[in-house]
Design a protein around this ligand. Structure first.
Ligand SMILES: Cc1ncc(COP(=O)(O)O)c(C=O)c1O
Length: 355
């Protein structure tokens, strides 16, 4: 057996949401956008197909210019990757290595502990509060001289809960300035909570804050892999150093530009998803489910020990949710048809033990 890092052998593989295949089931397990791509976006991708023998712009120049202008930051502050998960990996690799600690809420995005361990650093997961929110006091208490990076997922995947601006200011007052705080805003476009922290405001105000955005969710480009960080210049420079060279394809860059051009149309779709989230949440509560508010494109059912049973009912009813055995189920907001089927499944699963 060749030498391999022992830590890697112990890591759980990142688990993709179950595929629907030919089953006719609806895949609501990966927080994907339920709409087909816009014609203007597929046209932009098609127009770049005859160039795929060439390497893409490594600096992702045009999209960088657009993002820098939109958020009123310097181009030096923007760094891209093959999905925001790759940018997060860059952030962790640039900040933390063996013996260093990375703090994040738990349960949150399942890639966090994996990426931290791949970098050789130590994950410090901090349990959510009883109402499914980041426990920022406990996260601040967990800071040590070994802490190098803290991830705040807002809204949180899978619970959908938000960190308020006031809470984040109070938290940052307790974080040493040499510790980077990454605000993962993969779902920011679906966030309608007026009290929520908005990452870019914090980036403008604090020297140790970075923001992570993606084109995968609201813009519907999950399959093309493009995301970015807005980070302090020295950090963004390091992200470019550790990035996978040419990781963001020209097709992804064209699609991102076309999506930024088509934002008026995309916003309508985002609004539709948010309206569906509100409708589904109300229907669940009316039927007797206890569900906390979510500002993402998904809802969280804290089914605890009943999770496997509820998941089995969902599957039998043609709904593929993301099940965290012993904890709960995350269900993506899909089309109206998909959501209605989910509501049927949720009612079918309703039993005193389930709520
Ligand atoms: C909180 C959070 N951050 C980041 C990502 C990564 O998204 P992507 O790599 O597609 O940009 C996801 C994807 O599910 C997520 O839920």
């Amino acid at each position: 057996m060749v030498h391999q890092r022992e830590t890697i052998g112990r890591l759980p593989a990142y688990k993709q949401g179950v595929a629907a295949g030919d089953s006719g089931a609806f895949k609501l397990s990966s927080n994907e956008n339920p709409f087909a791509p816009l014609a203007s976006v597929t046209d932009a991708i098609a127009s770049a197909l005859d160039q795929i023998q060439l390497y893409p712009s490594m600096a992702v120049t045009e999209v960088t210019d657009r993002i820098a202008a939109r958020f009123d930051v310097a181009v030096e502050n923007v760094a891209f990757g093959a999905g925001s998960v790759e940018v997060l990996s860059q952030l962790i690799h640039a900040s933390a290595g063996a013996g260093d600690e990375v703090i994040f809420a738990w349960r949150s995005f399942e890639a966090y502990p994996i990426l931290v361990q791949v970098a050789g650093a130590t994950p410090v997961p901090i349990a959510l509060t009883a109402d499914e929110r980041h426990d920022l006091d406990a996260m601040a208490d967990a800071i040590t001289t070994k802490t190098r990076l803290i991830v705040v997922c807002n809204p949180n995947n899978p619970t959908g809960a938000c960190v308020t601006a006031d809470e984040l200011h109070a938290f940052l007052a307790r974080v040493p300035e040499n510790v980077l705080v990454v605000i993962d805003e993969a779902y920011v476009h679906f966030n309608r909570d007026a009290t929520s922290a908005i990452g870019i405001d914090f980036f403008h105000r604090y020297p140790n804050v970075a923001v992570l955005h993606t084109f995968s969710k609201a813009y519907g480009l999950a399959g093309l892999r493009i995301g970015y960080a807005i980070a302090p210049t020295a950090v963004a420079t390091n992200l470019r150093r550790v990035a996978l060279p040419f990781g963001v394809t020209a097709l992804a860059q064209h699609a991102a530009l076309a999506s930024l051009d088509a934002e008026d149309e995309l916003v309508l779709r985002i609004d539709e998803i948010v309206a569906e989230r509100v409708r589904v949440l109300a229907a669940l509560r009316a039927s007797g489910w206890h569900v906390t508010d979510s500002q993402g494109n998904f809802l969280w059912l804290r089914t605890g020990a009943d999770t496997d049973r509820v998941n089995a009912v969902f599957m039998a009813e043609g709904i593929l949710a993301r099940a965290f055995s012993g904890e709960g189920l995350r269900v993506t907001i899909g089309t109206t048809t998909q959501n209605n089927r989910f509501l049927v499944a949720a009612t079918a699963a309703l039993a005193p033990a389930a709520i």
